[in-house]
Design a protein around this ligand. Structure first.
Ligand code: SF4
Length: 195
């Protein structure tokens, strides 16, 4: 974990570390006031249970609470975007696979702050292992969660399918912090969270 944190920082990402999801949730809600905030689809964010707390003091757009493009589009244009990652590689690269593209777009649009909330289970070895994690662990589990009609939802293994329900249509690898974003931060939690 120390090597990944060091490499994330070398790549221009801010890293904050927490022992528990509760401490991370307190940090997020304590540092965001009066902002427009978009949130990406994420079981990690669901586990942190921060939506209501953030919405008490910010304008929050999260399609897991209010589904639809009327939520996703302003989420992508918000001042702040919060999501998780499918994997973080040993080199300090942040990987996300997306079906519609809204979540990865949210991390790339001009922002004051993009925050990746990452449980320790998302930390991987070198880039090929991180890509393998994203494709063969995170994506099949998300397809199962979303009740997609894909072969991976049946057997938990990626078949690089051609299904209309395929959720793996875009891959974004952040090698370093894109210059359009003022602050890109990894909130790293020493617990297993999400897929
Ligand atoms: S089988 Fe299709 S939807 Fe499932 S992980 Fe592979 S490419 Fe993604």
């Amino acid at each position: 974990m120390e090597k990944i944190v060091e490499n994330l920082r070398k790549n221009g990402f801010t890293v904050t570390e927490f022992d528990t999801k509760e401490a991370a949730a307190d940090y997020l809600t304590g540092s965001l006031h009066g902002k427009s905030i978009g949130m990406g689809g994420s079981m990690t964010l669901a586990a942190l249970d921060v939506y209501d707390r953030l919405a008490a003091d910010n304008t929050v757009y999260w399609h897991q609470t209010v589904p639809g493009d009327d939520t996703c589009i302003p989420a992508n244009n918000a001042q702040v975007y919060i999501t998780s990652a499918n994997a973080v590689s040993e080199e300090g690269y942040i990987l996300n696979i997306d079906g519609r593209g809204n979540r990865v777009a949210g991390t790339l649009m001009k922002k004051e702050r993009v925050i990746f909330v990452v449980g320790q289970n998302k930390l991987s070895g070198p880039f090929p292992e991180a890509l393998d994690r994203a494709r063969n662990i995170a994506a099949p589990k998300n397809a199962q969660r979303l009740h997609k009609k894909t072969p991976c939802a049946v057997d938990g293994v990626c078949h690089d399918c051609a299904s209309p329900d395929r959720i793996c249509n875009a891959l974004v690898v952040l090698w370093k912090k894109p210059s359009w974003c003022e602050n890109m931060e990894v909130v790293l939690i020493r617990q297993d969270l999400g897929y």
